[in-house]
Write a protein that binds this ligand. Structure first.
Ligand code: IP8
Length: 274
């Protein structure tokens, strides 16, 4: 079996996060090229993408991360009257973003195999349920693609947000032949010792373990999932299973590609121990 890499494209990287449902087609084209290059190097790719402005804004407004809230009051938005409609709308919008991702891959002659989580996964967090068998077979040129989504949740919440950062945990740990996990993030080279706007070249944390403090922006007014902190903690969970985990600036394609190939690269290596 060919070796594989799991890559997460941050939602903020592939969309304009401040403007509802706006993809960044140029970045998608460049990122798709890195996937094609990887496959040329005999490394298969399992791709997970985030939601950015296709998922977070509407999910935040309708508090979908909190599950069904029968007593909460909401004003309707331009598409939805209630939380249930918002669940369906966000699912549709995520399929729309996924279609942009898949188009970019197809333009590089790759064959995406799409796995929308609301069709096969339940519950949230890194121990979500759902059979990963669908990701096992992978012929050359195929790319398994999945993404953060609104999924059904057992019990009272009824639904919730399954982040791409949780999907990568099980994919990296449970799928056969996975060598490494890469997070391609927007606007920063990795985890930083100081807030990004104050950071110089020297403030990058090159090897991070959970004891080390870092400063990241988490736009909690926009995000319904955990931002860079969630990536760090999920990354160290994956690293504890002996899988290499790297976080790199997703705007620098040579870094994204080298990280996927396991070459030395500027970024943060995420570890679970000192
Ligand atoms: O951007 C969030 O996924 P993430 C999914 O990978 C939705 O955390 C629908 C907001």
């Amino acid at each position: 079996m060919r070796e594989r890499v799991v890559i997460k494209w941050g939602g903020g990287l592939i969309t304009d996060k401040s403007s509802l449902c706006t993809p960044d087609l140029e970045i998608l084209e460049q990122l798709a090229q890195t996937v094609s290059d990887c496959i040329q190097h005999d490394l298969d790719v399992v791709l997970v993408h985030g939601a950015g402005s296709f998922g977070h804004l509407r999910s935040k407004y309708w508090r979908l991360n909190e599950g069904f809230l029968p007593h909460a009051r909401f004003d309707k938005d331009e598409k939805c009257m209630n939380q249930r409609e918002a669940v369906n709308t966000v699912r549709q919008e995520m399929l729309e973003l996924n279609a942009h991702v898949c188009r970019a891959l197809e333009q590089k002659n790759l064959t995406p195999v799409i796995h929308p989580p609301h069709l096969w996964a339940q519950n949230t967090g890194p121990v979500f349920s759902g059979n990963l068998h669908r990701f096992h077979e992978q012929s050359e040129g195929q790319v398994h693609v999945t993404f953060g989504d609104v999924v059904d949740v057992e019990g009272e919440p009824q639904f919730g947000i399954l982040s791409g950062d949780d999907l990568v945990v099980r994919l990296a740990i449970e799928l056969p032949a996975v060598k490494r996990l890469v997070f391609a993030i927007k606007g920063v080279d990795g985890l930083l010792r100081v807030p990004p706007e104050q950071a110089s070249e020297d403030d990058l944390i090159e090897i991070w373990t959970p004891e080390i403090e870092f400063k990241g922006v988490h736009e909690s007014s926009i995000d319904v999932t955990g931002g860079i902190g969630l990536k760090a903690s999920r990354g160290s969970l994956v690293a504890s299973h002996g899988i290499e985990v790297m976080m790199v600036n997703g705007g620098k394609m040579e870094r994204v590609l080298n990280a996927m190939l396991g070459n030395p690269v500027r970024g943060t290596l995420i570890s679970d121990k000192q």
